[in-house]
Design a protein around this ligand. Sequence first.
Ligand code: ZN
Length: 151
Amino acid sequence: MSDEVSHLNDLYEEVILDHCKNPRNFKALPEANRKAEGYNPLCGDKVTVYLKLEDGVVQDISFEGIGCAISTAAASLMTETLKGKNLTEVETLFQGFHDLVTGKGGETSQMGKLMVFHGVSEFPVRVKCATLVWHTLQAALQQTQEPATTE
Ligand code: ZN
């Protein structure tokens, strides 16, 4: 049991720990046509996002990396959530997730399981752990060659 999630609501903690221990879509994706790497120097989290994008739709998405419970769970839940979504939906979810973990409120009706991260807003140092994989996804979508950072 890790300290970093011990203060979160029990139900949310359960979901986060489940995704941390058994990350979904945790693999390289040979057929990916987009790929980006991200690094959060504050915590040491590293993630690579693989994306198969066709006709503006996320056909498949996966990740690899090493990080804390929050970053791993965030990546796992992001890949699970975004599969089959179009770019407009991806952008809406990115904005919603960012507002959620930074405590800005905003529209949450489409957030689904991503709501488990709402407690992260109480721990500013963990916000970058939760958003790293989303920033990395943005880099993959924009096809930038620079590593994504949370700064
Ligand atoms: Zn972290």
